[in-house]
Design a binder for this molecule. Structure first.
Ligand SMILES: CC(C)(COP(=O)(O)OP(=O)(O)OC[C@H]1O[C@@H](n2cnc3c(N)ncnc32)[C@H](O)[C@@H]1OP(=O)(O)O)[C@@H](O)C(=O)NCCC(=O)NCCSC(=O)C[C@H](O)C(=O)O
Ligand SMILES: [Mg+2]
Length: 292
């Protein structure tokens, strides 16, 4: 399996040519070209053409390119789907996915519209129904039509639809965040946390990145370039953790430990599962280092 760093995913309005151009040089692991909520109705058609042209032109280097289309229940969704399915984006990001059936139907429509073989589908998890259906939505990854490979939390829409407030520590939302995370992991999906709206509050942003990392998210979605560096720092494995992982991996490679499931190193119990976790951590660290 290829390990891909997904620490930072920067949204930008598909109508903003300057932001798209700038994204080609920014240190975000993922660029999300948005046609949905960041684009005003009058600019939807211009944005669609601009995003399709930008993806086809390329120049984004190692960054993963996601295009967020409008929902199929909006006036723009069907045309977005028809015109962007085959543009060559790494991911088509579907907003407001609420159940597995609609995800599968959209996957079939994207396939019919000529979605490229290497394009994957990700789902925004941002409606009350999606919180209740997280397990079955994630399970749709095994349906051949969906090509589902990730979730993105949409905490702004969740706040709008539920009345839950976005407060420091996110107590009102933690159950949903962890439910979606468990659903994603149960079915082998990547998962990114929602956005931090308070661009000027860097300390609060760093705290939320660290919380999201500790919860198990692969990374966080962002709205401003200033958020990229602190986000990458929070989600990059710490040097001391990589060094410890290497010690565990090496210990289990010793002939005297070949038949052991658990051993003691420097006063701590470690099991083979820790060596597996260590290998993943080292692989992510190596992939990040290869980008620098
Ligand atoms: C929030 C913004 C509108 C602020 O824009 P602005 O006031 O222009 O910011 P700055 O003057 O500080 O910009 C400095 C330079 O950085 C570039 N810039 C700004 N934002 C971006 C960006 N997102 N990507 C790329 N480049 C960006 C500016 O062009 C300036 O560059 P330069 O010309 O060289 O000086 C703006 O940041 C913005 O539009 N952000 C993204 C908003 C967005 O996409 N929202 C939708 C996703 S959030 C969401 O809805 C998630 C989910 O669905 C949910 O429900 O939660
Ligand atoms: Mg949203």
């Amino acid at each position: 399996m290829t390990i891909r760093p997904r620490r930072s995913a920067l949204y930008m309005p598909g109508s903003n040519a300057r932001a798209i151009e700038k994204a080609r040089t920014l240190a975000a692991d993922i660029v999300i070209l948005d046609l949905e909520d960041a684009v005003a109705p009058d600019a939807k058609e211009m944005a669609r053409g601009q995003v399709a042209a930008a993806v086809r032109q390329g120049g984004f280097g190692p960054r993963e390119i996601m295009v967020r289309i409008n929902g199929l229940d909006t006036p723009w969704g069907a045309t977005d789907l028809a015109e962007l399915a085959g543009c060559g984006a790494d991911v088509i990001l579907l907003p407001k996915v609420s159940d597995a059936a609609s995800l599968i139907a959209t996957g079939e429509a994207l396939a019919k519209a000529g979605m490229a073989d290497n394009t994957r589908i990700w789902a925004m998890m941002e409606t009350p129904l999606a919180m209740l259906n997280a397990g079955s939505i994630a399970a749709a990854a095994s349906h051949p039509a969906t090509r589902l490979s990730g979730f993105v939390m949409g905490t702004n829409d969740l706040a709008k639809e539920t009345g839950a407030r976005i407060v420091p520590g996110r107590a009102p939302m933690n159950a949903w965040l962890m439910t979606c995370l468990a659903a994603a992991r149960a079915h082998g999906l990547a998962i990114l946390d929602g956005v931090w709206n308070e661009i000027a509050d860097e300390a609060g942003f760093v705290r939320e990145c660290q919380e999201a990392r500790d919860m198990g998210f692969d990374g966080k979605t962002l709205i401003h370039p200033n958020q990229i560096a602190p986000c990458n720092a929070a989600f990059s494995p710490a040097d001391k953790d990589v060094a410890w992982a290497r010690i565990i991996i090496a210990a289990f490679e010793q002939p005297e430990n070949a038949t052991k499931g658990a051993i003691q190193i420097e006063g701590r119990m470690v099991e083979r599962l820790h060596a597996d976790m260590g290998k993943r951590l080292v692989a992510i660290a190596d992939a990040i280092a290869a980008r620098a």
